[in-house]
Design a binder for this molecule. Structure first.
Ligand code: HEC
Ligand code: HEC
Ligand code: HEC
Ligand code: HEC
Ligand code: HEC
Length: 259
């Protein structure tokens, strides 16, 4: 009798367990992920032969910072990601030359600024932005970052992105190249200390201590987009000294902690 009671209780418990289990399963069936036709079609290997440009674009995109952040194609491009055919999926995607396209050269800062608002705010104060809007002579975000933003920001950006406009032939401030080189070197250096600190703070279980470091760095990256080098030259130096000092202190603490 006691055994029977126990069995019944077990059965009730088991039934309850199954009911609980079935709830999330049921929900998953109802709210199936809407498939993103853009990605499904664009990643097709057949484009390697049929359309090399589309193929290369996708290979470069995959694994980029935006891809890793989980952005959908439509976050930037519009279109109908639930439609399987190319014609229907592309509905609403305007050619780039159309002034209403989010990728029309003058609209790009706003398109990117939807998610990078603090950078856009600084960029909007720059000579570049004035020139872009007035005469279409200034760079926009993708002149420097490319469409995929996976590139390493180093001296190569100067060759690729700055020298076209700033050189002795155009007489447009050729001196900014050497200055930008100096600034970028400091930023890269500062970023090295930042990575070291991140590792250290994690190892002593104080990841919260990074907030201050990240903010100091990000503030200067934002400020870079104003392209006011007179102020940026000393400011990038201050940042480097600040992060280096923190790093050296952390290193000392680490050494004394291990004694
Ligand atoms: C069934 C395949 C297919 C689907 C689905 C598809 N595309 Fe395309 N897409 C292509 C092909 C092929 C091209 C190359 C140009 C062409 O053939 O029209 C292209 C070109 C493009 C271009 C380049 C500009 C242009 O018009 O040439 C963009 C941007 C683009 N697709 C974005 C998207 C987005 C965003 C989605 C989802 C909303 C999407 N595509 C869905 C196949 C597809
Ligand atoms: C963060 C914004 C962003 C996202 C997200 C994004 N793209 Fe783009 N895409 C761009 C920009 C910017 C360009 C370049 C315009 C230019 O080069 O002037 C571009 C260009 C393209 C082109 C044209 C390439 C060429 O050379 O003609 C294709 C095709 C394309 N994107 C497809 C996609 C697909 C498919 C996805 C999703 C897997 C996607 N994009 C996600 C910003 C984005
Ligand atoms: C829908 C939101 C969204 C849009 C639109 C968008 N981004 Fe991003 N972007 C992100 C996210 C999320 C990240 C990754 C997290 C971070 O670094 O902030 C990122 C990262 C980046 C990075 C850092 C890459 C790295 O290696 O750390 C750059 C540069 C960048 N975006 C430039 C752009 C440019 C240029 C555009 C316009 C063509 C653009 N973004 C449009 C959301 C967006
Ligand atoms: C004239 C060139 C240029 C223009 C225009 C430009 N950027 Fe940048 N941007 C850079 C450089 C160089 C860096 C990187 C410094 C570093 O991190 O080494 C940078 C850094 C960034 C970062 C941070 C990446 C990181 O390492 O955290 C983001 C995000 C970004 N830019 C977005 C934008 C957006 C959005 C626009 C347009 C509103 C824009 N940029 C316009 C050159 C440019
Ligand atoms: C598409 C052309 C173009 C590109 C690319 C470009 N610039 Fe410029 N830049 C300009 C124009 C135009 C001005 C405004 C010149 C003026 O007002 O006399 C300017 C002004 C500047 C100024 C302000 C100079 C001053 O003293 O007033 C700085 C700094 C600068 N650019 C740095 C850069 C850097 C660094 C890069 C590359 C990461 C770059 N620019 C890429 C066109 C460009």
């Amino acid at each position: 009798m006691a055994i029977l009671m126990k069995n019944t209780r077990l059965m009730v418990q088991a039934a309850l367990f199954l009911v609980l289990l079935s709830i999330p399963w049921g929900q998953q069936v109802v709210a199936a992920e809407p498939r993103e036709s853009c990605r499904e079609c664009h990643q097709d290997e057949k484009f390697r032969v049929q359309n090399k440009k589309i193929y290369n674009y996708y290979r470069e995109w995959s694994g980029s910072a935006h891809d890793l952040a989980g952005l959908s194609c439509t976050a930037c491009h519009n279109g109908e990601p639930t439609k399987a055919s190319k014609e229907e999926a592309h509905k609403g995607i305007l050619p780039q030359s159309n002034p209403n396209s989010p990728f029309y050269f003058k609209n790009i800062p706003k398109t990117c600024g939807n998610c990078h608002a603090p950078i856009l705010a600084r960029f909007a104060m720059s000579r570049h932005y004035d020139q872009l809007n007035a005469a279409g002579r200034g760079p926009n975000c993708i002149t420097c970052h490319g469409s995929l933003n996976t590139r390493v920001y180093s001296k190569t950006i100067l060759q690729r992105a700055c020298k076209n406009c700033h050189n002795p032939r155009t007489k447009n401030h050729p001196e900014v190249i050497a200055q930008a080189e100096e600034i970028l070197e400091r930023l890269n250096h500062a970023n090295g200390y930042r990575k070291g600190l991140k590792f250290y703070y994690k190892s002593i279980k104080k990841p919260g201590a990074m907030a201050k470091v990240d903010k100091a760095y990000e503030d200067v990256i934002r400020f870079w987009h104003e392209f006011d080098f007179k102020k940026l030259l000393p400011r990038s130096q201050d940042l480097l000294v600040e992060l280096k000092t923190l790093y050296v202190e952390a290193h000392k603490e680490d050494a004394s902690g291990r004694k």
